[in-house]
Design a protein around this ligand. Structure first.
Ligand code: F0G
Length: 444
């Protein structure tokens, strides 16, 4: 028998899971879904979960619902799944060499049905929307959440409304949300404006909010940790490196690991390491200021006004889930790093050369690992898993511009800054003549 409820991470007040609330109605703190799984040992959980890997049942094949003993209860007929998860862990020798470490593996969540990790949270989020009888859902998004929500809502026959910062999301992601039939509201503002507005609107309308402030979303995303460990035969890595934007994903992974720790599946938490872009680094700033004073109750994030990065997925100045991210860092003795636009772009090219590719936001992982290895805070022999969050095809403009030497941005003082194409792979332009082609190939 599993008892599930919602609990405020701040004042610990509990609410039934049927409450349509996103934050604590007493203190406005973030909510967790919590479980009383008396009687199920860690050993038993691993057995049950491993046993489902070869099963032909859809809910066993899903890399989320396979772990349903630690998910909100849902009848099989209510579950909205696209058999998400089951994403590869790949060895990345060129990236490891680039970072100056012995070995590096990437778990590529861009290989999910809509090309990002958001699908893991959306299967539980949309299932909960259906259980609550919602007929419309909404989110603010830098692109991937909207693509994923639009797809899962379409599968469930629920209307989707997405709030996006006008002109600031990649075309690949926008095209997905259009194709899956969502209603798209282009807001004249940035992601932080869109986020504030969708929360206000959801509080005053029947729209069910599916940003990661919704704790049911994070329940799906925490299975990233479960699946990763299962794929590694339950062998713990030393460190998990993850990009930080709205800070839902790092929080979800930390919660998943903590639940495994409490149930004796693992004996300690791997170090959660969150990497942000320099221009959108509120968590990094907070961490730097308060490191060593982590028990300080005044700990509060300073939003970055006008946050900027070419990695538009993480162009976020006021991350909603920061208290949960801090909790995850404390649980795991974790760390936070920041990286520059040039470092992100070069790292992305390197991940491409390993034959896997990713979208820009995902590449902060490798850039951060390289920087931390150079500073001596990552040992060369650490067992590392870095999380790639989005598919290389999400933002082809960025990739083509980098390789052709035209990637640039405008900095705070309105100066144009060119990104050097250090690992560029330029086109060869040739006339349509056999001779010219042969000559070009010979001289390469
Ligand atoms: N990587 C990618 C590709 C993302 O799309 C996001 C967030 C992140 C990393 C950061 O994850 O927010 O949980 O810290 N994208 C959101 C969106 C904000 O709207 O698609 P986070």
């Amino acid at each position: 028998m599993i008892m599930v409820s919602l609990r405020c991470i701040n004042c610990q007040t509990e609410f039934p899971t049927s409450s349509r609330i996103y934050t604590c109605s007493h203190c406005n703190g973030l909510l967790d879904v919590v479980y009383e799984t008396s009687g199920i040992s860690g050993e038993r959980l691993m057995d049950v979960w491993d046993g489902r890997r070869g099963s032909p049942k859809t809910i066993d094949q899903s890399g989320v619902w396979r772990f349903r003993e630690l998910l909100p209860e849902a009848d099989e007929s209510e579950i909205v799944t696209m058999i998400e998860g089951n994403t590869q862990i790949w060895d990345a020798p060129r990236s490891a060499e680039y970072a100056g470490i012995d070995r590096l593996t990437f778990k590529h969540l861009g290989m999910n049905p809509t090309g990002s990790f958001k699908d893991l949270g959306m299967t539980t989020g949309i299932t909960q929307a259906r259980r609550m009888g919602a007929n419309s859902v909404a989110c603010a998004s830098t692109g991937n959440t909207s693509a994923s929500m639009a797809a899962y809502a379409a599968r469930a026959g629920i209307r989707a409304f997405v709030f996006i910062p006008s002109g600031q999301i990649s075309l690949g992601k926008l095209s997905q949300a259009l194709d899956y039939g969502a209603t798209i509201l282009q807001i004249d503002g940035d992601f932080d404006d869109a986020m504030r507005l969708v929360r206000e609107v959801a509080n005053e309308s029947p729209l069910y909010l599916l940003n990661s402030v919704n704790p049911f979303r994070l329940e799906g995303q925490k299975t990233i940790a479960f699946e990763m460990l299962q794929q590694r035969n339950w062998q713990l890595p030393d460190r998990i490196v993850v990009p930080g934007g709205n800070l839902g994903n790092s929080s979800a992974i930390a919660k998943g690991l903590h639940e495994l720790l409490e149930r004796g599946v693992i004996e300690k938490m791997p170090k959660i390491t969150i990497v942000q872009a320099e221009g959108a680094n509120p968590l990094y700033q907070l961490w730097k200021k308060y490191r060593g004073r982590e028990g300080d109750t005044d700990l509060k994030i300073e939003p970055v006004a006008g946050a900027f990065t070419l990695a538009t997925a993480i162009k976020i100045g006021s991350p909603v889930s920061w208290p949960k991210a801090i909790r995850g860092l404390r649980w795991s003795d974790g760390e936070v790093e920041e990286v520059s636009e040039q470092e992100i772009a070069d790292a992305k090219a390197m991940i491409g050369r390993d034959g896997m590719g990713c979208e820009p936001a995902s590449a902060v992982t490798l850039a951060g690992i390289r920087k931390m290895a150079a500073a001596g805070s990552i040992r060369p022999d650490e067992d590392l898993v870095a999380i790639l969050t989005g598919h290389v095809l999400k933002d082809p403009d960025y990739t083509v511009n980098y390789h052709s030497g035209t990637l640039s941005y405008t900095d705070k003082s309105r100066e144009r800054v060119a990104i050097e194409s250090r690992y560029g792979n330029e086109f060869i332009r040739l006339p349509a003549e056999r001779e010219a082609i042969i000559e070009a190939l010979v001289f390469r």
